[in-house]
Design a protein around this ligand. Structure first.
Ligand code: SF4
Ligand code: ZN
Length: 272
């Protein structure tokens, strides 16, 4: 996943998984003098939640002497998640948040000159995402989200998920054992998310059928590998509004932002 001279932007939300990932990469990085770590936090604009996470992230970075950069939805897109959640939308807040956070992380990583973007998705996240994509019937995303997808365009900072095979219980154990500060309160906009229901269901299944999360996650990988030879993935092109790579004319983030702004009677000006 990494080269000895990589500049690694680590997505640091302030939760246990990202704090664990940062600490592990920090330990590894000390053995590679040419490598550099930069912690990257996205402020989605969620009052009573994100400011605590940002101050905890800062505390961890100060302890480890790692540069900490914060990019915000407000600064990049002119909206906050509180704005999104406060309106009647077709989609749940988390659907907007996921797409916009992905764009914000890519933009932040590009701005700090990162050669890799490390995210703290664990095995539970991977298995949940796999089932979510199946439940949404989103075949293209199943193939794109796969860890073995090597077709991401060069203008995306390559993403790595070092904890993708580590169960959430183990990242939590590591975080508690390392006594690092991390945020434990839940996001106020996440209560209706389908992901939460899938999480509960998978945890129940895992108790009865050990290893089922690994099996689901690996099935998606195998599906993607099999599809590689049998289907033609759509080629990426530059988004007509922001120039980010997308399989469509306009990227998902620009579509969401343009619609959201139009409904509020405002013009959408993409980040370029
Ligand atoms: Fe965003 Fe949903 Fe996570 Fe809250 S729970 S930070 S709205 S993805
Ligand atoms: Zn775009």
């Amino acid at each position: 996943m990494l080269r000895p001279n990589d500049i690694v932007a680590v997505a640091l939300s302030g939760g246990k998984d990202s704090v664990t990932l940062l600490r592990i990469l920090w330990k590894l990085e000390r053995r590679f003098p040419l490598a550099r770590l930069i912690a990257l936090t996205v402020d989605e604009g969620i009052s009573g939640y994100r400011s605590e996470a940002i101050s905890m992230s800062k505390e961890v970075c100060d302890q480890l002497r790692i540069e900490h950069v914060v990019v915000s939805f407000d600064q990049l897109f002119g909206i906050t998640m509180d704005d999104v959640a406060g309106r009647q939308n077709e989609l749940q807040p988390c659907s907007y948040c996921g797409v916009l956070r992905r764009k914000a992380l890519n933009e932040g990583a590009r701005r700090v000159g990162a050669t890799k973007l490390a995210t703290a998705h664990n095995l539970d996240d991977e298995a949940q995402t796999a089932l979510l994509n199946v439940m949404h019937g989103d075949v293209e995303r199943i193939l794109q989200d796969s860890q073995t997808n090597t077709k991401a365009p060069a203008s995306f900072i390559p993403r790595i998920k070092p904890l993708a095979e580590v169960p959430e219980r183990e990242t939590a154990l590591y975080a508690y054992a390392s006594a690092a500060p991390f945020q434990t309160i839940p996001c106020p906009h996440g209560h209706n998310a389908l992901r939460g229901d899938i999480r509960v269901m998978l945890n129940r299944l895992e108790l009865k059928h050990r290893g089922i999360k690994h099996t689901i996650s690996r099935s998606i990988e195998r599906l993607s590998e099999t599809a590689e030879g049998t289907t033609r993935r759509r080629a990426f092109q530059a988004c007509k509004l922001c120039s980010d790579p997308t399989p469509n004319d306009i990227c998902e983030a620009c579509l969401m932002l343009r619609t959201f702004k139009a409904e509020a009677g405002a013009m959408y000006r993409p980040v370029l």
